[in-house]
Each structure stands twice: as C-alpha cells, then as structure tokens.
Ligand binder design. Structure first.
Ligand code: EPU
Length: 339
C-alpha cells in the first residue's frame, strides 16, 4: 500500500485557528487511489475518517479519535475553451488562492472576487464560499465526489449541489461525500462584479476606471488584508458566524430602535442582517479573554492570540450568541465545522 499513516499527530499546524489537538491517525492522499486506501484503512481500524483541506473552516475542541485525511491531490487543467467560455478543473487539494491566480494569469475572469480566501479547492463547494458579491455557485459547473457509503464515483451538476448562502448538499450530508475535483466555467471577457463599495473605492483611488479581473483581484486582496487577520499571523477561521436571515417584521422592529442597522432585504421577503454589526453593537468587538478574542477590526472573526483552546473559543462564541439573542432576538449560527 502506498499510503503513509502516522500515529498521534498534532493538528496545530493543520487548522487555521492554530489550536492544539491530536489526530489518533493521520494520512495524506495525493490521488483517488490513496483516498480509497485511506477509506479502507479507516474501516479496517474501525475508526471514522475525518477529511480536511486547508483546515480553515474548522474548530477542533478535542483530540480526534479518527483517521484524519488531508487532501493533498494537485492538478489544474483546462477542459474546454471556445475562445470565450473556458471550463477549468482543479483537484481538491489545490490551495484556493494560488488556483485563483492561475486562472487570472491565463486571462480568465470569474474568480477575482474570491481572491485570498483561505482553504482548498475541495472545501470550496462545502460551504459555497462567497465574498464581495460573488459565490462559488456563480461559476460552478460540476464536481466529482466519492460516495463514502458505496465507494462509487458520482458527478454532481450545479443544481444537484443545492448551493445556498454558505451551504450545500455536502455540508448538509456531512460525512457522505468526499469531493475529489471541481469544474468551473470562467470567461475571457470579464463581466466584473463591482457592487461592493470598498472595492470600487479602492480602484477609484488608484485611478483605475476600466479594471481588469487582475485589477479587481488586487483590490480585493487589499480590502481583505485591511480587515481580516492573516491566519499565518493570528489564528482564525474567517467569519465565525453566518449573517442571519430574519423576518421582515423583526428587521423593521430592530430598525426602529437602531437607525444604523445593517440589513439586506432578500428576494424571498426575508432580511439578512450583518452579524458583525450586531456583535459590535453588543460590545464584543476587540474583546479578549485569555488568548481567545474577537478581532478588533471585524467582529465576525474570532481569533486565537496563541494558546486558546477550541473549547475556550467555542465558549466565547456561545456567550456572544446568548448576548446577541437577548439584546436583538436574533439567533447567530456558527459557520465553521465544530468538532
Ligand atoms: N460590520 C460592523 N462591524 C463589524 C463588521 C461588520 O458594523 O465588526 C458591518 C459593516 O460596516 C458592513 C456590514 O457589517 O456594513 C458588512 O460587513 P462586511 O462587508 O465586512 O462583510 P461581512 O458581512 O462582515 C461577509 C462574509 C465574508 C466576506 C464579506 C465580504 C459572511 C459570514 N461573511 O462578511 O466572508 O468576505 O462579507 O463579502 O457572509 C468568511 O466567510 O469567512 C468571510 C470572511
């Protein structure tokens, strides 16, 4: 067997929060065959299999009594190109941002707004990553996954993935599907999404009136770097809560009390609130207890100043949830996978 399995491996460097937790067993898969071997190995050891990509959407609150499989498959390719629409395919283990840069270098637009998102290609569909007015689903055409129950390969089309805001079939059926490779439709003629004020503003400041996709990518990187902590410097998992969807009546009631409430009406009549605004208004922005804290520039991001444990971070999150529920009557949902 080509698979290398290690015992009692620290996961500290493999989760972007940088919390300490041990995997009972750990391995990496570089291709489909090794993925199958890892599944068989876990079954043989009577252990469950925990699949991780970049570990950037994960909060570990205890040691992991499982075989942890890090997807390390690499490969980027163009599947078709009609001179305008180009279908590219990337293996699950490809780091996301370098993949975005690879597409931009080839003159392809579509992923520029998703620049600098941590994590891997295989993890992107799990929560339908999104930023600055674009979600993965907007460019997605299909993916290949392994059915962990039957061992069969299955192709998923866009509609079959049931993408929604930070949600997908794969997230809802956690543990069933193992994503192997993802296909996206990109474009040689850029239809750029510049609805987001700070991005437009940055381009204007630089005197760029007709931006290319690469210009937009650079602006997005700058905007992200200003507000969001770099996990290499300060442990975090990006937004720790989803922006909550509430009824129009609740939003209107809150607006009467808080004229500056940040709220985005949705097509179905519901209203999406900015969780960062609610958390900041509840007084948590910049809060720190021990090494667990709320980022001082973006209240939606919990941070690990060094030695915070997953349990401490989770306890902080729960205090914030309770406080926001009491003050505003809004339930905040945790975004990363808590283990
Ligand atoms: N806000 C505050 N205080 C804060 C943070 C935000 O008042 O501490 C207000 C802002 O002033 C703004 C509004 O909330 O009016 C929205 O803030 P921002 O544009 O920074 O976006 P967000 O809603 O906080 C979402 C995503 C981010 C994504 C940005 C940009 C979620 C859970 N988060 O954050 O995604 O980068 O929009 O599109 O939807 C992630 O998922 O990890 C992530 C970083």
């Amino acid at each position: 067997m080509s698979l290398q399995v290690y015992e009692r491996v620290s996961l500290k460097a493999l989760n972007s929060f940088g919390v300490e937790a041990q995997a009972r067993l750990f391995t990496e898969a570089h291709d489909d065959q090794q993925v199958r071997e890892a599944l068989a190995y876990a079954t043989h050891q009577q252990l469950s299999l925990l699949v991780i990509g970049g570990g950037s959407n994960l909060l570990l609150t205890r040691d992991v009594e499982a075989l942890v499989l890090r997807m390390a498959s690499r490969g980027l390719r163009t599947l078709s190109d009609d001179g305008q629409r180009v279908i590219v395919e990337a293996e699950a283990g490809e780091p996301w941002h370098p993949f975005v840069l690879w597409t931009l270098q080839q003159g392809l637009a579509g992923l520029e707004n998703l620049s600098l998102i941590p994590g891997t290609v295989g993890a992107a569909p799990m929560q339908n990553i999104g930023a600055y007015g674009v979600e993965l689903k907007d460019v997605f055409v299909g993916l290949t996954a392994l059915d962990r129950e039957t061992g069969a390969l299955r192709e998923f089309s866009l509609t079959e993935c049931e993408f929604a805001y930070r949600d997908s079939l794969f997230k809802r059926q956690a543990g069933r599907w193992l994503i192997l490779r993802v296909r996206l439709a990109l474009s040689r003629t850029a239809a750029l999404h510049l609805d987001y004020g700070p991005v437009r503003q940055r381009l204007a400041e630089q005197g760029i009136s007709a931006p290319t996709a690469s210009d937009v990518s650079r602006a997005i990187c700058a905007v992200r770097s200003e507000k969001l902590p770099d996990p290499a410097e300060l442990g975090n998992a990006g937004s720790f809560f989803k922006n909550p969807l509430v009824s129009a009546a609740l939003a209107a009631g809150l607006r009467r009390q808080h004229a500056d409430l940040v709220a985005y009406p949705q097509s179905d009549g519901q209203v999406k609130l900015a969780a960062g605004w609610l958390i900041e208004r509840a007084g948590w922005k910049g809060f720190r207890e021990g090494d667990a804290g709320v980022h001082r520039l973006q209240a939606l991001v919990l941070v690990n100043y060094g030695r915070a444990t997953g349990r401490q971070l989770l306890a902080l999150a729960q205090r914030i949830q309770a406080d926001v529920a009491e003050r505003f009557g809004v339930a905040l949902e945790i975004e990363p996978n808590v283990l």
